[in-house]
Design a protein around this ligand. Structure first.
Ligand code: URA
Length: 193
């Protein structure tokens, strides 16, 4: 069994005995030898339905993101910090809606994310937004507004390249130009690696 599958099996086992153990898990996907590993926050509704990260609307965003970088989805590895869809009940409709992942959820999945990173051993880790940035850097007080669009050395020769979460750009149009500049910066950095 390959190492990714072994890790998934381990997560499923531990997950069963947690308070959120009923939920569907959405694991990372991509080639084990990918140069670039992209890490989001947590799956949303489309991802939960399809059991795959960054599909539906987020997948469309990802496609335009990859187009700028001149990369194909199959050439990178895509994952999330939290492997379940964090939801709450909407007071208006009574239906499940997305919420940010809790500290407990992040703490549960963090050791597995570290193992996943070790297995993939990418040259560059791109984090999308604050949750993966804090998880990967290990720094609680770091914020994306201060560090986006630049590369930082990590352990084992890897580099961290933090970007805003694409959803933040949808909600805050002023970020759009910054985001495009950051993407160009990432493209340049990847060509140099
Ligand atoms: N879809 C994901 O898989 N992760 C995100 O962070 C957002 C959407």
């Amino acid at each position: 069994m390959n190492r990714q599958l072994e890790l998934q099996k381990k997560i499923i086992e531990k997950f069963k005995s947690t308070a959120f153990g009923e939920k569907r898990l959405v694991f990372g996907e991509g080639a084990e030898a990918s140069t670039l590993m992209m890490i989001g926050e947590a799956p949303g509704g489309d991802e939960e339905k399809q059991g795959r990260p960054f599909v539906g609307k987020a997948g469309k965003n990802l496609s335009s993101f990859l187009e700028v970088l001149g990369l194909k989805r199959e050439e990178i590895y895509i994952s999330n910090v939290v492997k379940l869809r964090p939801t709450k009940e909407s007071p208006k409709t009574g239906k499940a809606v997305n919420r940010p992942p809790s500290g407990e959820e992040i703490a549960f999945f963090l050791p597995f994310l570290k193992e996943e990173i070790h297995i993939i051993s990418p040259k560059v880790i791109v984090t999308l937004g604050n949750v993966p940035l804090k998880a990967v850097s290990g720094e609680k007080s770091i914020t994306i507004g201060d560090v986006h669009g630049r590369a930082y050395p990590l352990m084992d020769g890897m580099a961290l390249f933090p970007l805003y979460h694409p959803a933040a750009v949808i909600y805050n149009r002023d970020l759009s130009q910054t985001y495009q500049e950051d993407l160009q910066g990432l493209k340049k950095f990847l060509l140099e690696r």
